[in-house]
Ligand binder design. Structure first.
Ligand code: 5GP
Length: 198
């Protein structure tokens, strides 16, 4: 049982293939008060993905309309597709729940500008060789996509400094334990800022 008064928003970012999706699901299973922010994307759904659960899959035209109507807190172009977080969902959900975001460094930078949001920013990293084998093993991308995702690693990790915590994901269980600690510290004693890297 956590006793923090304020609901928190936890961002998990990492280079593609580090294990974020699994960790996100584990957090949601353990902490029932956490809701995962379901993003909008123009990417085509993978065979195991469900519209409205994994993402809201929309056309480029619809995505552009949402940008023009200023409906997003943040949005970014990643691997030729667009991804974004709707303001409405976040503003309504945070009244009753903590929120977990699986978004990239571009989105994190944009969300950070809203200083009223109670953000905890976590960056997960793994080594490059491990990453390549994970990308291949998970079998969700074409060879071309794997190459693109692998090549974006160097650019992605340049942004680690924008985060409050950096975790090296050598082992998923250890990594999860560290995330548990971060959540519990921030829920129970939200004002202890020395726990963060910045
Ligand atoms: P994937 O295509 O593998 O589902 O996601 C690719 C990348 O997009 C991941 O790094 C993920 O964190 C990021 N992403 C997913 N949703 C959003 C979003 O709403 N905003 C931003 N900025 N990034 C997102």
């Amino acid at each position: 049982m956590l006793h923090g008064k304020e609901n928190i928003m936890v961002i998990l970012s990492s280079p593609s293939g580090v294990g974020k999706t699994t960790l996100t699901k584990k957090i949601q299973q353990k902490y029932k008060n956490f809701k995962i922010s379901v993003s909008h994307t123009t990417r085509t759904p993978r065979s195991n993905e469900v519209d409205g659960v994994d993402y809201h899959f929309v056309s480029k035209k619809k995505f552009k309309e949402l940008i023009d109507e200023k409906k997003f807190y943040e949005h970014a172009k990643i691997f030729e597709n667009y991804y974004g977080t709707l303001k409405k969902y976040v503003d309504e959900t945070i009244k009753e729940n903590d929120i977990l975001f699986d978004i990239d460094w571009q989105g994190t930078k944009q969300l950070s500008k809203y200083t009223n949001l109670n953000l905890i920013k976590i960056y997960l990293i793994t080594n490059k060789a491990e990453l390549k084998s994970r990308l291949i093993k998970r079998n969700q991308n074409t060879d071309e996509e794997i190459k693109k995702r692998f090549n974006s690693f160097d650019e992605d990790i340049l942004h680690w400094n924008d985060y409050d915590y950096i975790i090296i994901n050598k082992n998923l269980e250890n990594c999860f334990r560290q995330i548990e600690k971060i959540i519990e510290i921030n829920k129970i004693t939200p004002n202890i800022s020395f726990q963060k890297t910045q």
